[in-house]
Design a protein around this ligand. Structure first.
Ligand code: GTR
Length: 356
């Protein structure tokens, strides 16, 4: 049943090189991976500049938090760019009981910790640290060429969009976390909701140091395949939010079926690490079925590397039936577009089960 549903979408082949040679081995997949990164960079999100040589962190504020169970700090991260120095703050919350603690790097809509989207005490109680990045501290969510955007030369067609910049910031946070003795940077999960779920995916696709990637309700240009998608379309998203993407993405408006790429390729770039995609039942704009089919289609990238991909019965799971036995995990939650405590509980259960 899923096979037919997927076939009806007519997605471009994942395990076929651009010159049509089939990808049959893990070594060949590494080459295909490079092609896909290049394609999604050039056609959708724009190319990411090289990482700075060094990221330093200055602890601006430090206090006990959550009944003394954790330390909460404001840390200012700084690094050099071609246009001069840049810095942005993160909020780091680390549990005292677990050292070093596995961490969630959250790219967030708000700077506050805790927040409706970030149940910090519960996360700490599960033994995870949180590094929260407020996305507008990196660059504005609009066409303005401010913050990080102002500091790198940008090609009109292939230069990075705002999603790429927010993703870059999450990687810089990981650069810093690698220097912290209280954080287990080998178990770092990048997470985001909606436009920031797209950001988490693009970050984790490029930066293989993240052991897990969570896409919450990322929808169009995120986990949902564009071909046959309900709700938001490439035409709509590229028209309303052109600055999230590179210039070339405009060419695919209304032409998703002709594009050499689709979103399963973005998901596949996380393989063989842990990918967790989740949807909300009422979030028809994101389109749960297209997000789930993205996971089904991406699974081949895990199996070619001899890791099980999505382990699922031959149908879309029901609400409250998380699938987390394979490299690709998925759930659909009751309710609307939101990063809910319910979602976090599933993500944490998955990390605990697999030690990622
Ligand atoms: C919507 C956009 C979606 C999603 C959402 C969000 O306006 O169409 O793709 O990103 O915003 O970020 O909340």
């Amino acid at each position: 049943m899923l096979k037919e549903k997927l076939a009806a979408r007519g997605l471009p082949a994942l395990l076929e090189m651009n010159d049509e040679r089939p990808v049959k081995t893990p070594e060949a997949w590494r080459k295909r991976r490079a092609e896909l990164l290049d394609m999604l960079g050039r056609e959708e999100f724009g190319f990411t500049p090289a990482a700075p040589e060094k990221v330093t962190g200055e602890i601006e504020k430090s206090q006990d938090a959550f009944a003394n169970k954790a330390v909460q700090q404001t840390v200012r991260l700084s690094f050099d760019t071609p246009g001069g120095p840049f810095s942005f703050p993160i909020t780091l919350v680390a549990p005292k009981a677990v050292k070093p603690a596995p961490v969630f790097v959250a790219v967030s809509f708000r700077p506050e910790v805790p927040d409706a989207y970030l149940p910090a005490e519960e996360i700490i109680d599960h033994g995870f640290a949180i590094a929260n990045i407020f996305y507008k501290d990196v660059t504005d969510d609009g066409p303005a060429c401010d913050g990080l955007a102002a500091l790198y030369p940008r090609d009109e067609k292939t230069g990075w969009g705002k999603i790429g910049m927010w993703a870059f910031a999450a990687s810089r946070a990981l650069d810093y976390l690698e220097t912290r003795e209280d954080i287990d940077a080998c178990r770092a999960c990048v997470i985001g909701h909606s436009r920031l779920g797209k950001t988490a995916l693009w970050c984790g696709a490029q930066d293989e140091r993240f052991s897990m990637v969570v896409s919450n309700d990322s929808g169009c240009a995120g986990a949902a395949v564009s071909r046959g998608k309900a709700g938001e379309s490439v035409d709509r998203i590229a028209g309303v939010f052109p600055y999230w993407f590179c210039g070339n993405y405009q060419a695919w408006r209304g032409r998703e079926a002709e594009a050499p790429f689709d979103q399963h390729m973005l998901l596949a770039l996380v393989a063989p690490r842990k990918l967790y995609v989740n949807s909300a039942e009422e979030d028809t704009w994101a389109d749960p079925e297209s997000e789930f089919l993205g996971c089904v289609a991406a699974s081949e990238a895990w199996t070619i590397q001899r890791v099980p991909g999505l382990v699922a019965p031959d149908e879309m799971p029901r609400v409250g039936e998380p699938l987390m036995d394979g490299g690709v995990c998925y759930h659909v939650r009751a309710g609307s577009h939101f990063l809910s405590r319910t979602d976090w509980l599933y993500h944490m259960a998955c990390r605990e089960k697999f030690g990622v």
